[in-house]
Design a protein around this ligand. Structure first.
Ligand code: FES
Length: 175
């Protein structure tokens, strides 16, 4: 029997990280990539506690995050192609909510499969891409990390505290 709870809290194999064992609270905003790593109209494969996540930057510079596993045959969505504001994996096209927008081989007017992939709340700030990996209902009410106290996200281009970010060799430069 599968344990209850979000996918990110489940153990899917003995060699997979498990949030319950690493004592990491999933209901928080975590930086998973540098913003500069994700170019416009490109994807980036990242992971949190063993869960694969596809970061996608659209034509309009919007960033969103989806489970990195197509609902069709489990191919990584990060290997797909960004089409305007969607990600295309083979014949299936997803929007930022993880819903299937179209399936290329279906006849015109036919309903797309009512499957979807998990979407994560995602924000770009401090030159980083943050993902909320826990319960989506808690994302908006969870305080966003104040990486550079005394500054605003708008006036900070590169930042800052390595302890807070959990990443190394970041320099603090305010603009
Ligand atoms: S695996 Fe993605 S469309 Fe088939």
């Amino acid at each position: 029997m599968q344990p209850e709870g979000p996918v990110s809290q489940r153990s899917r194999g003995s060699n997979q990280p498990d949030l319950r064992r690493i004592a990491c609270n999933p209901n928080y905003w975590y930086p998973l990539a540098w913003a500069r790593q994700l170019k416009r109209n490109k994807t980036l494969s990242v992971a949190f506690a063993g869960d694969p996540i596809a970061l996608i930057r659209t034509d309009s510079n919007r960033v969103f995050a989806l489970e990195d596993r197509c609902a069709h045959r489990q191919f990584p969505l990060s290997k797909g192609i960004v089409c305007c504001e969607h990600i295309q994996c083979g014949s299936w096209r997803y929007d930022a909510s993880g819903a299937i927008r179209s399936v290329r081989y279906l006849v015109k007017g036919a309903d797309a499969p009512c499957r979807a992939v998990r979407a994560y709340s995602c924000r770009e700030a401090y030159g980083l891409i943050f993902v909320f990996v826990g319960d989506p209902a808690l994302a908006e009410q969870t305080a966003f990390p104040d990486v550079c106290p005394g500054s605003t996200r708008r006036n900070t281009s590169r930042c800052c505290s390595t302890e807070k970010l959990g990443v190394t060799t970041l320099s603090c430069t305010r603009t």
